[in-house]
Design a protein around this ligand. Structure first.
Ligand code: FMN
Length: 268
C-alpha cells in the first residue's frame, strides 16, 4: 500500500561502502545519530489531537518496517494506516472497555488510559497471519509433543519478526520527532472479533498491536532504564544479575507502576 507519491525516497539507490559521504566502519559518526533517535524514542499516551500527520510520513515509517529482519525472510506483517477518526474512536472504545474489565477483575496491572488512542494523529494497526508459522522449522500434520515444541518456537519467531518490523517503524517515527505508543492488542478472540470487521481483516489474520504516534500532548519524559552493567554479561551469565522469585514479586508490586508511569530518575 502506498499513501505518498509513487516515486519515493526508497526507490533511490542505497548508499554503498566506499561512497564518499559514509563515515568509516566503526565510526561514532555512524552510531551517534542512530543512538540519538533511540534515546529520544519515548512513549506518550496522549497526543496533540489537532495535528495532522502528512501522508508521506506514513510511507517513511512503513518503509523502515519493510527493511526489518524476519524468520525465513517471511515478512509476516501487514500494516493498516487508520486515518478515519470514527475507526480510531471505535478501536479506542474497545481498549477503554478492556481497561475497565481489567480493573473489575482486580488484575492489579497499572492499566493506562486508552482514551488517548481516539485522537492520536498517527494510527497504524499491526497485523499478522499465524499461518506463517509453517514457514519456520515445524513438522507438517504432526500432533506430537516434539512438534508442539517446534510450533511454540515458530510462534516466537513469528512474534519476534513482527516486533522487529514494528520497532523499526517506531524508530522511524521517533526520528521524525514523534512520540510513540505501542499498544498490545491482546491475543484474545474478542479483541480480534471487535477489530477485524472494522478494518476488513480476514479471519485468518490477527491484530497484534496498535502503533499510535504524534506530537505529545504534554512534554514527554524519559523512563528509567536498567544500567548497562545490569544487562551485560561477558562469556558467562553473571549470577549477581539473577532475580529470585521473591525479588521479582517485590519488583512487580513496588516498582512496576513507577517505571511505567513516572520518571524514576536519571537515565543515561
Ligand atoms: C511489546 C510491548 C507491548 C506494549 N504494550 C503496551 C500496552 O498494551 N499499553 C501501553 O500503554 N503501553 C504498552 N507498551 C509500552 C510500554 O509500557 C513502554 O514502552 C514502557 O513503559 C517503557 O517506556 P518507554 O517506551 O518510554 O521507554 C508496550 C511496549 C512493548 C514493547
Amino acid at each position: 500500500m502506498t499513501i505518498g507519491n509513487a516515486e519515493r525516497e526508497s526507490d533511490a539507490e542505497p548508499l554503498e561502502e566506499g561512497d564518499v559521504d559514509l563515515p568509516k566502519i566503526g565510526s561514532r559518526a555512524r552510531y551517534d545519530p542512530l543512538m540519538a533517535v533511540m534515546k529520544n524514542r519515548v512513549t506518550a499516551r496522549a497526543f496533540d489531537p489537532a495535528f495532522t500527520v502528512p501522508a508521506e510520513h506514513y510511507d517513511l515509517i512503513l518503509e523502515a518496517a519493510r527493511h526489518a529482519p524476519s524468520g525465513a525472510n517471511s515478512q509476516p506483517w501487514h500494516f493498516i494506516v487508520v486515518r478515519d477518526p470514527e475507526i480510531k474512536r471505535r478501536i479506542a472504545d474497545y481498549f477503554v472497555d478492556e481497561q475497565r474489565a481489567r480493573a473489575k477483575m482486580k488484575m492489579k496491572f497499572p492499566t493506562p488510559d486508552y482514551r488517548g488512542l481516539a485522537t492520536a494523529p498517527g494510527f497504524i494497526v499491526v497485523v499478522s497471519d499465524f499461518r506463517w508459522v509453517q514457514a519456520f522449522p515445524v513438522l507438517k500434520d504432526d500432533d506430537s509433543d516434539l512438534n508442539r515444541m517446534y510450533r511454540e518456537n515458530a510462534e516466537r519467531i513469528l512474534l519476534q519478526s513482527v516486533a522487529a518490523a514494528t520497532m523499526s517503524a517506531h524508530l522511524a517515527a521517533a526520528s521524525l520527532g514523534y512520540a510513540v505508543w505501542w499498544v498490545t492488542a491482546i491475543g484474545q478472540e474478542n479483541a480480534q472479533t471487535a477489530m477485524r470487521p472494522l478494518l476488513g481483516i480476514p479471519d485468518e489474520l490477527s491484530v497484534l498491536d496498535i502503533f499510535a504516534f504524534g506530537p505529545p500532548a504534554r512534554p514527554p519524559y524519559k523512563r528509567w532504564k536498567k544500567p548497562l552493567e545490569e544487562i551485560s554479561n561477558v562469556d558467562r551469565f553473571d549470577p549477581a544479575h539473577f532475580m529470585s522469585d521473591d525479588e521479582m514479586e517485590d519488583w512487580i508490586r513496588n516498582k512496576r507502576h513507577k517505571v511505567m508511569f513516572k520518571d524514576a530518575g536519571k537515565v543515561d
